[in-house]
Design a protein around this ligand. Structure first.
Ligand SMILES: [Zn+2]
Ligand SMILES: [Zn+2]
Ligand SMILES: [Zn+2]
Length: 272
């Protein structure tokens, strides 16, 4: 399993357009980028590629990285930074299966699969497959499972990809409060990609503050929707991953922390 991190940033990316903060400036100086979230997973045995999330930076990502266009796509949730890049599929594919959850979201009144189907009804080359969370399905020769996470107010899913003796776990956009059944599914991966949007020290600037504090009072959730760096690292300990990398990273990290391990930048590649 060959995993390429196409997009490791949050919804504005780093550098953020028009931003001259120290972190965005440092990214420009280093020549690195954190574009909107997407992970490319290639099955070296079948030659097929599964794409996790359709980043609005899709075109740029596939021009910048030496990876083939995907054979199948999975969408974790309907936020702009994970879904809206699907418009890039127009005229690029003869056919593109898209996998998404079948649970009805009380917030939108439809499942992720239904939203994808209605929002991109002009794409006659895509076929949306309704997938039941916590039930494995086959994609690109892998066993793939959507696992419910905690990203209020929307339903959102992490992803487990297994095959060729390897296991990849992706938390998706989530607070620290991932339900137990999902934790079991995400456990013991060779590589865990965990949402870590900011360091815990920034919770004091969020109107909702921090939640899910550890025994030292450090918040593991930033506001309601995302894990802090500290929360992601706690989760990694609990899930027992062989290796953990932090993704969905924002430019709000102080510049002297923003490029430290295990935070990722675009283009990193892992062979599992
Ligand atoms: Zn900035
Ligand atoms: Zn989101
Ligand atoms: Zn996001």
């Amino acid at each position: 399993m060959e995993v390429t991190l196409l997009g490791t940033g949050d919804t504005t990316g780093t550098p953020t357009p028009g931003c001259d903060c120290d972190t965005c400036s440092e990214a420009r100086d280093r020549g690195v980028e954190r574009s909107r979230f997407s992970v490319h997973v290639r099955n070296e045995e079948t030659g097929e590629s599964l794409l996790i999330d359709a980043s609005p930076d899709f075109r740029h990502q596939f021009l910048a990285r030496d990876v083939p266009l995907p054979d199948e796509l999975l969408v974790t949730h309907v936020h702009f930074d994970h879904l809206d890049g699907l418009g890039n599929a127009y005229r690029l594919f003869d056919s593109l299966p898209v996998h998404a959850a079948d649970e009805r979201d009380p917030e939108t009144g439809e499942s992720v699969a239904e939203t994808v189907r209605s929002k991109f009804d002009y794409l006659d080359r895509i076929t949306v497959h309704d997938r039941t969370p916590l039930s494995a399905f086959s994609a690109c020769g892998f066993d793939v499972t959507l696992v419910p996470v905690d990203h209020p107010p929307l339903l959102c899913y992490g992803v487990v990809v297994e095959g060729n003796g390897a296991k990849l776990a992706v938390t998706g956009d989530t607070s620290y409060a991932i339900p137990e059944a999902s934790r079991e599914a995400l456990a013991d991966a060779d590589l865990l990609l965990a949402d870590a949007i900011v360091p815990a020290s920034l919770c004091e600037y969020h109107p909702a503050g921090g939640r899910h504090r550890d025994e030292d009072g450090v918040p593991r959730t930033f506001g309601h929707k995302h894990a802090t760096r500290e929360g992601a690292l706690s989760l990694a300990d609990e899930l027992g991953a062989e290796e953990t990398r932090l993704v969905h990273v924002s430019h709000f990290y102080p510049a002297d922390e923003a490029f430290e391990e295990p935070l990722t930048v675009d283009g990193e590649r892992y062979l599992l």
